[in-house]
Design a protein around this ligand. Structure first.
Ligand SMILES: [Fe+2]
Length: 162
């Protein structure tokens, strides 16, 4: 489930970042997600090696148990998304984030040799992958802080303005 939990929230923040809102926190999330990509690949490799070394536990029953655990994780993540975004607002459409979780959960399952739960699910947020794949050579310490300072200037903003 590494790489599925909280991805609804990550997607929402980056969607706002894409609209030039929250530039500082958006940049921070991009770096966080680059790190998450490493976690996903590390844990996937570890899992696959463990299954290779312990073939006797890689049974159809165990595979189905893992798929059902993922299904439960998806349901929890979708509840979380509905809490974060009870209505479509500020350019965010809840259905896109719900479908996105189905899509990435299937990528995680398939990455571990498991059958998808929603075969054929399409990625409703294709731009998100590019945004998460921040250039590795970009140096965090060379990033400009001025954009963040501008955005967070001491103005009182109402939620309706976001
Ligand atoms: Fe992680």
């Amino acid at each position: 489930m590494e790489g599925t939990q909280f991805y609804g929230l990550f997607g929402m923040i980056l969607s706002l970042y894409r609209q030039n809102k929250f530039p500082g926190i958006g940049q921070m999330f991009r770096y966080t997600l680059r790190d998450e990509s490493n976690h996903i690949e590390l844990l996937r490799n570890l899992f696959m090696d463990l299954m290779e070394e312990n073939r006797e536990i890689w049974t159809p029953e165990f595979k189905e148990e893992l798929r059902q655990t993922m299904a439960e994780a998806i349901a929890l993540e979708k509840d979380f998304i509905r809490d974060c975004l009870p209505v479509n607002a500020v350019g965010l459409a809840i259905d896109e984030f719900l479908t996105y979780i189905d899509f990435i959960a299937d990528r995680r399952l398939e990455g571990c040799g498991l059958a998808p739960l929603n075969p054929g699910a399409k990625n409703p947020l294709p731009w998100l992958a590019e945004m998460m794949d921040i250039k590795k050579e970009q140096n965090f310490f060379e990033g400009r802080v001025t954009e963040y300072q501008k955005a967070s200037a001491l103005q009182v903003a109402s939620d309706d303005e976001l």
